[in-house]
Design a protein around this ligand. Structure first.
Ligand SMILES: Cc1ncc(COP(=O)(O)O)c(C=O)c1O
Length: 405
């Protein structure tokens, strides 16, 4: 990629996504499940840009959404409503009603309380709600504690016994229809064993429900497939698919999976400009124009992203912390990064930021969020313009005009 031209044309900081890479990743998941009916529901939270959704939709993807906002994005991007799933532990009444009205594929239920609420709303709307229960298999995904979701101590899903009880309730309800079963144990998973364990538990429940005449059509194994940021060895998709299929045996179900990071993570670059180099004692800092509001993963999870200087190959390097302008010590993009001597205006690229990069960005310190560009068919296209100061204060100025103060 020609990062210098990109910086000139679109300014920095800037997110750039290689759409060809997204396509390759999507096709590799599809291929892993070729022997089965399958549906890949991209986890919108990873990167919710409408162009990303539209592109994946054209490849055949559905969407896993966790808010009405995400469902609306998926619909606007042209995703078929029959390929949209609604997950999340805290669905509001209005969100449930919206999902029912849109007639999406299914709602992944995370508690008994939520199930009863859905039933009440469905009855009021005279719509039968298609239900999938999220099973919490109490399996350790062996990932960062902030992104582990399949343990009893996590807030997600219900245990196997509760799930079974809920399915029996759903079967007998006039306003609920059991269609799927769901399990998602965490993110950035690099070990196949937790997947094997979790799918075994979920598949056993699926089979025991069949024995009760509860015949589910969708077996949703969630997302979580890890990627390489530094030197990790991702699991092989073949092994992942085998872990699922071996447990399913002859069960006639459509396998659903909800990858987010795997599809978009390695496609993304954050291009940033050097503002200053500074030293505090012996400690070297490179201050750049991107900050934790643009990419929070390093400060939030201590996540590693490779950082490289543009057009500085072969120069002598030394360690530096790459930091932003925000008033927090957690505002860093990388620590002890080997970098050459840098001057004002030099460019750095932060790699593998396509997932949970822009989608977790914020306006902290009243910093407008940056632009996003797609690299597609050897061309660059802007897919989100840079925010302006006016964008940031718009909701507040409305209040001022109304004379609220
Ligand atoms: C229910 C659900 N499905 C899918 C995902 C996507 O995970 P990943 O991006 O690791 O594939 C998440 C992420 O938190 C999730 O909560």
């Amino acid at each position: 990629m020609d990062f210098k031209s990109l910086a000139l044309e679109y300014k920095t900081p800037l997110y750039i996504y290689d759409f060809e890479h997204i396509k390759e990743q999507f096709e590799s998941v599809k291929e892993a499940f070729y022997a089965r009916k399958s549906l890949i529901c991209y986890a919108v939270k990873a990167n919710s840009n409408l162009s990303v959704l539209r592109y994946l939709g054209k490849l055949g993807a559905g969407c896993d959404c966790v808010s009405v906002g995400e469902i609306k994005r998926a619909l606007i991007a042209g995703i078929s409503k029959y390929k949209i799933i609604f997950s999340g532990v805290g669905k509001e009444d209005s969100e449930i009603a919206y999902a029912l009205r849109q007639n999406i594929l299914m709602l992944n239920v995370e508690s008994e309380e939520e199930l009863k609420r859905i039933e009440t709303i469905a009855q009021y709307m005279k719509i039968k709600a298609r239900i999938s229960v999220r099973v919490n298999p109490n399996v350790d995904a062996k990932t960062h504690p902030h992104i582990s979701t399949g343990l009893k101590k996590n807030k997600f899903g219900v245990d196997v016994d509760t799930a079974k009880r809920l399915y029996i309730y759903v079967k007998d309800s006039e306003w609920l229809e059991p269609v799927g079963i769901h399990c998602h144990i965490g993110s950035q998973i690099l070990d196949i064993e937790p997947y094997k364990e979790a799918t075994k538990i979920t598949a056993e429940l699926l089979k025991s429900l069949k024995a009760l005449d509860i015949d589910l059509k969708f077996f949703d194994v969630g997302g979580g497939i890890g990627i390489r940021y530094k030197d990790e060895t991702p699991i092989k998709l073949y092994d992942f698919a085998q872990a699922v299929l071996a447990n399913l045996g002859e069960c006639d179900v459509t396998v659903v999976c909800e990858p987010g990071r795997f599809l978009v993570g390695n496609s993304g670059y954050l291009l940033t400009k050097v503002l200053y180099e500074k030293k505090n004692g012996n400690k070297r800092f490179v201050v750049v124009d991107a900050a934790m509001n643009d990419l929070i993963r390093p400060g939030f999870y201590n996540a590693y992203h490779e950082i490289e200087a543009v057009d500085k190959e072969g120069q002598k390097v030394s360690k530096a912390d790459v930091v932003g302008a925000i008033c927090e010590s957690s505002d860093f993009l990388g620590k002890n990064v080997l970098l050459p001597k840098l001057n004002h205006g030099d460019l750095l690229i932060v790699k593998s930021v396509g997932a949970y990069g822009f989608s977790m960005s914020s306006n902290y310190n009243t910093r407008p969020r940056c632009a996003e560009v797609a690299f597609i068919g050897n061309k660059y296209r802007i897919i989100r313009r840079r925010e302006t100061f006016e964008d940031l204060i718009e909701c507040e100025t409305e209040c001022l005009v109304r004379g609220n103060v």
